[in-house]
Design a protein around this ligand. Sequence first.
Ligand SMILES: [Zn+2]
Length: 113
Amino acid sequence: MGSGRKRHNRAARMTRRAQPDLDQIHAEYHAVQSRTVARREPLDIDKPGMGQFRCVACARYFVSVSAQRAHERTKAHRRRLRQLHTDVPYTVQEAMQAAGLGAMRIDQHATVR
Ligand SMILES: [Zn+2]
């Protein structure tokens, strides 16, 4: 009886903070970094701070600019920035090749031992 309720709570907890995958964040983060002019986000009453204070790297919204600045000093944010600058996500073509689908290029094949 009690276990059913517990399982329900675990499922809710796992989906409550569902975030985009790192490869999705990676694409958006580098697109935002390459912009020369900052784009204003549209107002959204359902998001914290009307959706105006967003950390693109962590895919999080904040209630105020001071909360966002405090987040930018955290270890989690700095770790995410380091991850976005060092880890390059696999392309679809690389994934297909790893699964044995698609042709490998000769120059790539030569490096495989
Ligand atoms: Zn962040």
